[in-house]
Design a protein around this ligand. Sequence first.
Ligand SMILES: CC(C)(COP(=O)(O)OP(=O)(O)OC[C@H]1O[C@@H](n2cnc3c(N)ncnc32)[C@H](O)[C@@H]1OP(=O)(O)O)[C@@H](O)C(=O)NCCC(=O)NCCS
Length: 369
Amino acid sequence: MSPKAVITGWGKCVPPVELTNQDLEKVMDTNDQWIFERTGIKSRRISHVEGTDLAELAARRALACAGLEPEELDLIVVASTTPELLCPSVAAMVQDRLGAVNAGTFDLNAACSGFVYATANITGMIESGFVKKVLVIGAEKLHIAMDYRDRSTAILFGDGAGAAVYEATEGDAGVLAVDLGADGSMGYTMVFPSLGTRGEPYEARPIEDVRLYFEGQPIFKMAVKGMAASTEKTLERAGLTVDDVDLVIPHQANARIIDAATRRMGIPPEKVFTNIENLGNTAAASIPMAISDAAAAGRLHPGDIVAFPAFGGGITWGTLIMRWGQRTEPVGTHQGELPPTDATVFDLLENNLRFFAPLHGRDSADPII
Ligand SMILES: CC(C)(COP(=O)(O)OP(=O)(O)OC[C@H]1O[C@@H](n2cnc3c(N)ncnc32)[C@H](O)[C@@H]1OP(=O)(O)O)[C@@H](O)C(=O)NCCC(=O)NCCS
């Protein structure tokens, strides 16, 4: 029997500076009640450091949790829609910082489905025997692509990183089935126009081309149907039904999307883990951050069947069905922290608010609030 890919370590890095709904009320026409009712979000984080720094700390915490040394890793994969650089990859930078000298590295972009795509890739490599110990990281600094006066996008997204260590293990536990899907013809519904090579250099572009372009309602509908259909398909591949599922840890897109998708499958809310309220949608980082929070909250038990459905830009979707391993407690903890900051959230967003001001009938030199 071929080995299975089992999660043996988990960790997250949540940057300290919060952007609350009340903060957003100061810069756009919105209110806490509207945002919370429509999305389940009350606050999200704005990172004062690069996404690579978040990725590194999440990785160190996941390695300590697994009780592994960086030199033991065969592979590091980072899923990100907002990498610090395209080359070198975030994974290569993290490898250097950790001293993971025996690991290959690559980044992968499947937007909010990135963690599921990365895990699907490395599962195949573990099952074939090519690698034995792998670190998968989801890391995002999404605030870089937001216009913080655009109420239809900026309310949703936040920064953060999560990591999981996978090890080859004999036995019943591990990834049981995966489903990956995409519909590139709908890609126009969520676009980061400024973060690729298309068109003029950044400075020469119209300001409206620099921010996230987003069509909330079609994405909402596709996400509900897509996550439900993909989960059902993956369960069937694993020879299981929705009744066998002990816990769903979905991509934290929007509380209403999660609610509607799991309701559609007949999965009761008490079997669904969410942590979107204080983190927002962190794209590729959301599932690994949620794994850490679910473990800390005692929601994962040995042998549990766990479903991880995701949906995101591309458009892409995917699901993992996993049987959790024996361990639910960390082997060790990493004590490091991010460098401290005195910056307020408006210090961190000042350049952004000035840059996009002309799109909202304001002068860039005006007070930001
Ligand atoms: C973005 C989203 C929250 C908007 O919610 P919605 O219920 O679709 O809201 P609508 O866009 O229909 O807007 C309804 C009204 O609220 C207004 N509105 C929009 N954003 C608002 C805000 N932040 N605060 C207050 N009012 C707002 C709209 O202007 C509109 O007003 P109108 O009826 O006078 O025209 C929702 O579409 C969504 O979550 N989409 C999926 C996003 C997502 O998770 N994507 C990631 C997937 S990986």
